[in-house]
Design a binder for this molecule. Structure first.
Ligand code: HSE
Length: 425
């Protein structure tokens, strides 16, 4: 195939679809012979000009199940089920190549997609599924082939990073900044996945599967989102020399695999803490390259469309790479319960004698040692309340959770205690 024109069928013309069409119109490379043979879009849109002279338009992507005049299906609808799943699986069964930005689908059906590709000798490429404009899939799948990767971590969701950065910068609340991120086309159609860590878990699952050759079921990733990050936590963390970031990590050590997604405090000096706004930042640790760091816009029309177009061009010039052979790899899960690290704790209590000793008693029982403590003056709320912030030395997560459970039951506690892990990445 593909000696003459590469015909692409585009399913979905939302933020990324529009970005792709825009890039195709501006893409000046004379060698490029990409023809849009079909566009499926639920919304009526105007496409004018020579680029679309051979294009068939559908208002339902299901029509693509009966349409055969394409070499590459470009699936930009998203979602792990429904029409996006149907057309992707159908295309692979028909021995067509697929390019997608669909992290939910790729992470959930990693093995099934892989088997279909092997069976039918076709490829699915998904650079746009992880970290928008950072070519992290190519880095792992091509550039680092000679290295043994041990750890990948960083910020993988542009929307949540935009929210955390701008809440602190403009002293605005969560909802206002989220609405800005939606207007800018960063957030998912349902931003719940951006906020609750699911989007990061999808991307982490793909990176883990690709780097370590083992499928990491996204449902098994310890996953917490940024819903509970309050402006006051960002400000207190800032005054203590930290930033709060939504961190995703996958690590393979001695056949033990550790994966997590959670918001945590990172020293302001660290590479990841310096990544602000819609930018994503990823660190890959490997035996020969040691630490490789990548930064780029993690969401939005043009960065993500650049990844989509890169996959299309790569397929159209027959540069064949895609999924690695899947390994039957046995590994043990390392659960968060065994985490040994430090914590940031914000207690909201009655301002009365015995509070600190009540907290300290539980710390003693569960072998938790305090590193710093400050009591904030209450500015707006009931003056009988106190806000106490404690950071700890390293302790076992299991013990910290037990201690917090006991502390939250004490009669001096006014609100459930807020906690974040402090990381050294
Ligand atoms: N909603 C995603 C993000 C888009 O904010 O990172 C890119 O996957």
């Amino acid at each position: 195939m593909l000696d003459s024109k590469t015909k692409i069928a585009i399913a979905g013309v939302g933020t990324v679809g529009k970005g792709l069409i825009d890039l195709l119109l501006k893409y000046k490379d004379k060698q490029s012979k990409i023809e849009i043979s079909a566009i499926a879009s639920r919304k009526k849109q105007e496409f004018k000009g020579a680029t679309f002279k051979n294009t068939v338009f559908f208002d339902d992507a299901k029509e693509l199940l009966k349409f055969n005049n394409y070499d590459i299906l470009v699936e930009l609808i998203g979602g792990e089920k429904g029409v996006s799943k149907e057309i992707v699986f159908n295309a692979l069964r028909e021995k067509k190549n697929v390019v997608t930005a669909n992290k939910a689908l790729v992470s959930k059906f990693w093995h099934q997609l892989h088997s279909l590709m092997e069976k039918n000798d076709c490829l699915l490429k998904y650079e746009a599924a992880v970290a928008g404009g950072i070519p992290i899939i190519k880095v792992i799948d091509e550039f680092l082939l000679s290295n043994k990767i041990s750890k990948i971590y960083g910020i993988l969701n542009g929307t949540s990073n935009y929210i955390l950065s701008n809440m602190l910068l403009y002293k605005k609340d969560f909802k206002t900044i989220l609405s800005d991120a939606q207007k800018l086309g960063y957030a998912e159609a349902d931003p719940k996945f951006d906020i609750d860590g699911t989007d990061t878990a999808h991307k982490l699952s793909i990176l883990s599967s690709l780097a370590f050759g083992c499928y990491k079921n996204v449902l098994k990733i310890d996953n917490e989102g940024i819903e509970n990050v309050d402006l006051q936590d960002l400000e207190i963390a800032d005054s203590l020399g930290y930033k709060i970031k939504l961190l995703g990590l996958t690590e393979l050590r001695n056949k033990n695999i550790k994966n997590f997604v959670y918001p945590c405090l990172l020293s302001k000096d660290s590479f990841i803490a310096k990544i602000d706004g819609v930018y994503n930042g990823i660190v890959v640790e490997s035996n020969f390259c040691k630490k490789s760091c990548f930064v780029g816009e993690g969401a939005g029309a043009h960065p993500t469309a650049t990844s989509v177009l890169s996959d299309i061009i790569s397929l159209s010039t027959r540069r064949k790479n895609g999924f690695k052979k899947s390994h039957k790899f046995h590994y043990e899960e390392t659960s968060l319960q065994s985490r040994f690290g430090s914590y940031y704790l914000r207690f909201t209590t009655y301002d009365k004698p015995g509070v600190i000793s009540g907290i300290a008693n539980q710390f003693k029982i569960f072998k938790i040692s305090m590193k710093s403590m400050l009591q904030k003056e209450m500015e707006f709320e009931n003056s009988n309340d106190a806000t106490i912030v404690i950071t700890t030395h390293n302790c076992l997560e299991k013990n910290m959770m037990k201690a917090l459970k006991q502390i939250n039951r004490q009669n001096f506690i006014r609100k459930k205690t807020v906690y974040f892990r402090i990381e050294n990445y």
